[in-house]
Design a binder for this molecule. Structure first.
Ligand code: SF4
Ligand code: SF4
Length: 133
């Protein structure tokens, strides 16, 4: 089972070895998709893989540690009414989920390839990309 989670850290929680504990104590594989965190707090997007009970216990551990946890249920979407096809998101997407159609020169969003890292959200000038949680 896999689950994508948005984690919010306050100053107390920002120094905790949470990825180590999720791996060592709850038997999970942890893939960090995005991290903007320092000693005063921040956010992290992770994908955890493991047994359902391990994920449930891991989420419980995070909450008990003061970490905000929000599951990403639907990933990332693009608002096609807002997208100007400027192309600013193409080079920053690590999975090539955003590409230029060679014929139309429009930007194509392939949701199958998106890992919800969120990098395109900051890169998009008109804020056409949004994370669904
Ligand atoms: S950066 Fe935003 S507006 Fe530009 S192509 Fe990508 S999604 Fe569209
Ligand atoms: S969130 Fe954006 S940058 Fe990240 S994989 Fe999906 S489309 Fe690419």
């Amino acid at each position: 089972m896999k689950s994508k989670l948005v984690l919010s850290f306050n100053p107390e929680a920002s120094n905790l070895p949470i990825t180590h504990n999720l791996i060592a104590k709850h038997g999970l594989l942890v893939n960090i998709l995005r991290a903007e965190i320092d000693e005063v707090g921040g956010k992290m997007v992770i994908e955890v893989s493991g047994k359902p009970e391990g994920i449930k216990e891991g989420i419980g551990y995070l909450k008990e540690s003061g970490v905000g946890v929000r599951p990403i249920k639907e990933g990332v979407r693009r608002d096609d009414e807002v997208c100007t096809h400027c192309g600013a998101c193409v080079s920053v997407c690590p999975t090539k989920a955003l590409t230029v159609d060679p014929e139309t020169k429009k930007i194509v969003f392939n949701e199958e390839k998106c890992v919800a890292c969120g990098v395109c959200i900051d890169a998009c000038p008109p804020r056409a990309m949004e994370i669904l949680i």
